[in-house]
Design a protein around this ligand. Structure first.
Ligand SMILES: [Zn+2]
Length: 121
């Protein structure tokens, strides 16, 4: 696998991560090779990977960059946010939206089934 060039921020505290390389004996030969360990730069966090040597899969960098998909957090919709979103629309769209809402209101008020004045919502 190709080595990624960038380290993602620490998954625990969001701080910058760095890769440290030390020379030591290979797992497979008596050659001295690079051993890589990735760790968080926040001293109070101390998150780190195991050290891996050349040829070890997955590498410490690949392990560090593993992430589970993050859940989408949505703020609750408030009337102020609806107004803000409406005001951000182009005026033509505001007019069409307001007209459509007015038609729906009139339909409900007169007990008319939705969609008789256009597409149903
Ligand atoms: Zn951290």
């Amino acid at each position: 696998m190709t080595e990624p060039t960038e380290l993602l921020p620490c998954p625990f505290c969001g701080s910058k991560a760095v890769a440290s390389i030390n020379k030591d004996e290979s797992l497979w030969s008596h050659d001295v090779v690079d051993w890589t360990r990735v760790h968080c730069t926040n001293d109070e966090c101390n998150a780190q990977t195991e050290a891996t040597c050349e040829g070890y899969e997955p590498s410490a960098i690949e392990v560090w960059n593993l992430r589970t998909p993050q859940p989408v957090v949505r703020e609750p919709l408030t009337q102020a946010k609806v107004v803000e979103a409406f005001c951000a629309l182009p005026h033509q769209v505001q007019f069409i939206t307001a007209f459509d809402q007015g038609v729906r209101f009139a339909e409900r008020h007169h007990g008319i089934k939705g969609g008789q004045h256009g597409t149903d919502t």
